[in-house]
Design a protein around this ligand. Structure first.
Ligand code: DAT
Ligand code: MG
Length: 150
């Protein structure tokens, strides 16, 4: 079972899209593990986006993610990484598949509404960065056997 960090970034929160993002992930069949509404500190932003340090868009990215509160969540499921990134759509909204969140609600790469982890390994790392172990809820749904084959 894979886990992904999901962020509804400041633009998504400001535009009232928290519910839309949660709704799409729930309907996909993914299972919520943790959630926290948070004003991101400079330190957390820099750690989270360390891989992009030195890139031309880095300063703007840090400014964007710390500009207003975000909704941070952990979601899990089989193939969660691929499924969630597909639901979000490509990084550039104009390249995102029709029906994806970034396609349906965004125009610019620097205002692309959401973050999702890009590998199982990074999913585990990012969930551990954003949440304490005791904030992660282990639970099951009666419907799980109708969504998860294993
Ligand atoms: P993703 O968020 O799809 O995983 P990423 O990890 O490559 O994309 O980049 C992180 C964020 O940085 C992305 O959501 C928006 C911003 N970004 C990436 N490439 C950019 C670019 N060329 N210009 C401006 N912002 C960019
Ligand atoms: Mg990324």
């Amino acid at each position: 079972m894979e886990r992904s960090l999901v962020l509804v970034k400041p633009d998504g929160v400001q535009r009232g899209l928290i519910g839309e993002v949660i709704s799409r992930l729930e309907r996909r069949g993914l299972r919520l593990v943790a959630a926290r509404f948070v004003q991101v500190s400079q330190e957390l932003a820099e750690t989270h986006y360390a891989i992009h340090k030195g890139k031309p868009f880095y300063d703007g990215l840090i400014k964007y993610i710390t500009s207003a509160p975000v909704m941070a969540m952990a979601w899990e499921g089989p193939n969660a990484i691929a499924a969630i990134r597909q639901t979000m759509g490509a990084t550039r909204p104009t390249e995102a598949a029709p029906g994806s969140i970034r396609h349906d609600y965004a125009l610019e790469v620097g205002r692309n509404l959401t973050h999702a982890s890009d590998s199982g390994e990074n999913g585990a790392k990012e969930v551990a960065l954003w949440f304490k172990a005791e904030e992660l809820v282990n639970w099951g749904r009666d419907v799980d056997r109708w969504i998860f084959e294993g």
